[in-house]
Design a binder for this molecule. Structure first.
Ligand code: UDP
Ligand code: MG
Length: 319
């Protein structure tokens, strides 16, 4: 797909209650785009905010013709809000960035240089920011994030880069491949890695938010991790097989032991061992059922074929 009036660059940012961060975000992104030159657009997605985010966005769209404000019907969550922005944007290259300025937009020229290919080295399809350091985030957040990237790395064959968020520059070609993927529990950074091509890291230090607080409470973090793992690995499903084999072996040993005991006339009191076995096996079975349920529920969601996101309004951009 080629479009005659494509801007050279789109900046796409999902925003959930970011009224305080947006003015500074637009100032810094605007300055970077001015310095880079060429045609560009800034696609802001209001993910069902209940503060003044939408007003701030539409005012910006009134002032700056580059700004396109997209409002979703309700809160769809970070990954789907991002997907909405990626579907709407028209650029030849797309910068994915958070609205809270934790990822510095000033890295854009370096990303473009890496994508163009420097020193005679070939260009890249994806340039992703890799977090060297994370300021202003709690020890808990940093520890759980580090554990998460390592866990998912061990559970899947896809080379998902460690400590990289969604902050990245991708080509239109990669974007078209990404938006053609119909899965609803989206783990965008993993899906981009899965696409392949030449993907190059750009190390950077992640800053604290400029305003507001994290929109990822523990419940959302857990859901995000569960979506990522179920979308990229069936190791949890297979674990029941391994555990089943171990349990079967232990069960067989007990079987032999009790037959032999019976043959030699020992009758065992047996209450403790019985309760231990029942409890252990019962717990294990519920756990495995839960794991199957986690996959089945997602399969059910997918089978309904509902739209990934619903747009309420778009303000700004081409008519
Ligand atoms: N976000 C969103 N919808 C949500 C939660 C978050 O669009 O339901 C946006 C948020 O406005 C920000 C980005 O996703 O631009 C990352 O969220 P946040 O900074 O809260 O996550 P953290 O950096 O703490 O992991
Ligand atoms: Mg953030």
């Amino acid at each position: 797909m080629t479009l005659a009036n494509r801007p050279a660059l789109s900046v796409v940012a999902p925003c959930y209650n970011e009224q305080d961060a947006l003015p500074e975000f637009l100032r810094r992104v605007g300055a970077v785009l001015d310095s880079v030159g060429g045609t560009s657009e800034i696609v802001l997605v209001d993910d069902g905010s209940y503060d003044r985010t939408w007003q701030v966005m539409t005012e910006a769209a009134g002032r700056d013709p580059r700004v396109v404000a997209v409002r979703l019907m309700r809160n769809h969550g970070h990954q789907l809000a991002l997907t909405a922005g990626l579907t709407v944007c028209r650029g030849e290259r797309i910068l994915i960035i958070d609205a809270d300025l934790q990822d510095p937009p000033e890295l854009l020229p370096d990303m473009i240089a890496l994508m163009d290919g420097v020193d005679g080295k070939g260009g890249a399809d994806v340039v992703y920011g890799q977090r060297r350091q994370r300021d202003g985030e709690t020890l808990f957040k940093r520890a759980t994030a580090a554990a998460f990237y390592r866990l998912i790395g061990r559970m899947t064959d896809v080379e998902i880069p460690l400590d990289a968020g969604d902050f990245r520059l991708i080509t239109r070609h990669v974007l078209d491949l990404l938006t053609a993927m119909p899965e609803r529990h989206r783990f965008v950074r993993g899906m981009v890695a899965w696409i392949g091509g030449k993907q190059v890291p750009l190390p950077y230090d992640r800053k604290a938010r400029v305003a507001g607080e994290s929109k990822y409470p523990l419940s959302k973090m857990l859901r995000f991790a569960a979506d990522a793992i179920t979308a990229f690995s069936i190791v949890p499903l297979m674990a029941s097989m391994t555990i089943g084999w171990v349990m079967a072996a232990v069960g067989f040993a007990f079987f032999v032991y009790s037959i032999v005991g019976w043959a030699f006339g020992h009758t065992l009191p047996g209450w403790t061992s019985l309760m231990a076995a029942v409890g252990l096996l019962g717990g294990m079975q519920f756990l495995m059922l839960g794991i199957i349920g986690a996959y089945l529920g997602r399969l059910y969601d997918q089978s309904k074929g509902r739209p990934l996101f619903m747009i309420r309004d778009i303000v700004g951009g081409p008519k």
